[in-house]
Design a protein around this ligand. Structure first.
Ligand SMILES: Cc1ncc(C[n+]2csc(CCOP(=O)(O)OP(=O)(O)O)c2C)c(N)n1
Ligand SMILES: [Mg+2]
Length: 585
């Protein structure tokens, strides 16, 4: 049997240490599938139900491991389906390689069956984007694609016309022209630059931070893995640590110096610390909601990517480098602040905030409080759980009512904020970390979008745990409409589904919960079940994800929506009233 050109692709992926490819076959990638089959002992192919999920899995795999994620889709529709998941990788800066098929080279340009020029379609999403023309260049194109994905922390795309996939790997190309170059020959190597800012820059940064009276740290995703350094810096500067949501796991929730998240999904003490700050230390973050950042503070910003420094605020001292290594160099230059009152005020604020949040986790209320569901999961989940969540009110509950402690990790599609990545993320995380508890906390809307992937988990016997906070609608948007003064429209489904029946249909454990008294037992049963499990919990459809501080415009919009004929105003008013009562108890 002759070696196929596609085998050059798969062998090169093996050289790069790729262990798993997520995808779904089609007549545009049969050659690549055959190469994967021939190498099935060296690389795992995970068959999904929707290519969007394959791309989310590649992204989730990368987020869970720090390594390259790889997805594969056929020509035309398969490639098109990948796009949303690939944008998730691009916007959250994780390395992903997308491999697609194309019609035969001889037909390109004729309007052939499934002739979608994926190299053009992917122009915006991909940092590297190539069509393969001859087998001999395949290893080099893979090398360049992978290096680009790793170095730019983005998406690389290679598309293979079917004839090239199936061609003889040894096929001699017609060189043409002056033939001044040899056939490409490269290697599967990548070395990340190690950058530490100059002593001058570090001293300038330390001077600004030492002069500050009210310093706040904003820890972004670049701080993950540098928690120790962030905490030491905060101790020296008596600075509250505010965490962006994707950086939730950077510092555990119970550390006395953190005030949790920032923005609509954040906490009041974080918002207040930012309002009062005279100095801001930004760590590996491109936090986009500038309304929540100080207007006048002096800013020191550390980022591994120079183009991100100064992107959101005027910066006095830019430091280009990794968060951990840069802080290690900076810490010896910091003077321990003797006045610790700013940090103490934030800590006081946090005590009050935690009580307020705990009050909303009322176990007795019917319909079930989604905050209570999240807290029960938090209490019963293992210390090394990886929680994935989606865009929706679920993200607010996860942000505020699930604690990072021990070795816990947290994942969401932060910047694209798409619905539905949490289920594929959990599957990918479970594949990457077979021994860990991988949990998806999802809304009914997000789950319905890619629910077929629960079947994927069952088929591969991946013991993921899915909790659907089922409020019968697109809760997040409902509240956004109301804050704008628009009565809700097109955000609730007339008929509610019970997704536990789907879990059982797939061969997994499926439990439906409507009674608050059953929540703990159901969550415990799912978490201790050896295989994939899903709990569908009917939660209060009128529970608002309140911002940390209600601003005048938000309250005004809300009132106007009520006056303009909000259809569920009685139910919403009674929920708000009960929330308030719980907090006053
Ligand atoms: C693909 C996609 N479509 C639409 C949106 C806008 N959107 C954000 S959250 C949300 C509601 C999600 O509903 P659900 O998953 O049930 O969560 P809930 O807010 O009800 O908790 C919508 C429609 C989006 N972010 N992504
Ligand atoms: Mg919902």
């Amino acid at each position: 049997m002759n070696k196929l050109a596609s085998e050059l692709l798969v062998e090169r992926l093996v050289d790069w240490g790729v262990e798993v490819v997520f995808g779904l076959p089609g007549d545009g990638i049969n050659g690549i599938m055959e190469a994967l089959r021939r190498n099935r002992k060296r690389i795992r192919f995970v068959l999904v139900h929707h290519e969007e999920a394959a791309a989310f899995m590649a992204t989730g795999y990368s987020k869970a491991t720090g390594r390259l994620g790889v997805c594969l889709a056929t020509s035309g529709p398969g490639g098109i389906h990948l796009l949303n998941g690939l944008y998730d990788a691009k916007l959250d800066h994780v390395p992903v390689l997308a491999i697609t098929g194309m019609p035969p080279t001889s037909q390109l340009g004729t309007g052939y069956h499934q002739e979608v020029h994926l190299e053009r379609l992917f122009e915006d999403v991909a940092a590297y984007n190539a069509v393969v023309h001859v087998p001999v260049s395949i290893p080099t194109l893979v090398d360049t694609a992978v290096r680009t994905a790793l170095a730019r922390r983005s998406v690389a795309h290679i598309t293979f016309p079917v004839d090239i996939q199936e061609a003889d790997a040894e096929l001699e190309p017609y060189e043409g022209g002056m033939a001044l170059a040899r056939a490409p020959s490269t290697s599967a190597v990548y070395k990340a630059p190690s950058m530490v800012p100059s002593t001058d820059d570090l001293q300038r940064a330390a001077a600004v931070l030492n002069e500050g009276h009210r310093v706040v740290i904003l820890a972004g995703v670049g701080s993950l893995g540098a928690g120790e350094e962030v905490v030491q810096t905060s101790e020296s500067l008596a600075a509250p640590i505010v965490k962006t949501l994707p950086a939730k796991a950077a510092v555990p929730e119970n550390h006395p110096n953190t005030t949790g998240g920032l923005g609509l999904l954040g906490t009041r003490p974080s918002e207040e610390a930012m309002e009062e700050a005279d100095t801001l230390l930004m760590l590996g973050t491109d936090f986009p909601y500038t309304r929540y950042l100080p207007e006048k503070a002096r800013v020191v910003q550390i980022d591994i990517e120079p183009t991100r420094i100064g992107n959101r605020l005027p910066v006095e001292v830019p430091l280009v480098g990794g968060v951990g290594s840069t802080l290690r160099a900076l810490i010896p230059l910091l003077e321990r602040k003797t006045d610790r009152s700013f940090l103490q005020a934030a800590q006081e604020g946090m005590r009050a905030w935690r009580e307020k949040m705990a009050d909303l986790e009322n176990p007795e209320r019917h319909p079930i409080q989604p905050q209570y569901l999240m807290r029960v999961i938090d209490k019963l989940a293992s210390p090394d759980a990886i929680l994935s969540t989606d865009s929706g009110t679920v993200a607010t509950w996860a942000s505020r009512h699930f604690d990072i402690r021990g070795d816990r990790r947290f994942m969401l599609g932060a910047n694209l904020a798409s619905m539905a990545p949490a289920l594929p993320y959990s599957i990918a995380a479970q594949i990457a970390h077979p021994g860990r508890q991988c949990i998806a906390f999802i809304g009914d809307g997000g789950f319905a979008m890619l629910m077929a992937e629960f079947l994927t988990a069952c088929r591969y016997e991946l013991p993921i745990k899915v909790f659907v906070a089922n409020n019968g609608g697109l809760g997040q948007i409902l509240w956004e409409q109301m804050v704008l003064g628009f009565p809700e429209y097109g955000v609730r489904w007339e008929k509610q589904a019970d997704f536990s029946t789907w879990a059982r249909a797939c061969g997994g454990l499926g439990i439906k919960v409507e009674d608050p008294g059953q929540v703990e037992q159901a969550v415990a049963a799912a978490l201790s079940h050896p295989g994939p499990a899903l709990v569908d919990v009917s939660v209060n459809p009128d529970e608002p994800p309140m911002p940390p501080k209600v601003h005048y415009e938000q309250a005004k919009g809300f009132a106007q929506a009520f006056l303009r004929g909000e259809p569920r105003r009685a139910a919403i008013a009674s929920t708000l009233f009960r929330d308030k009562l719980d907090q006053l108890k």
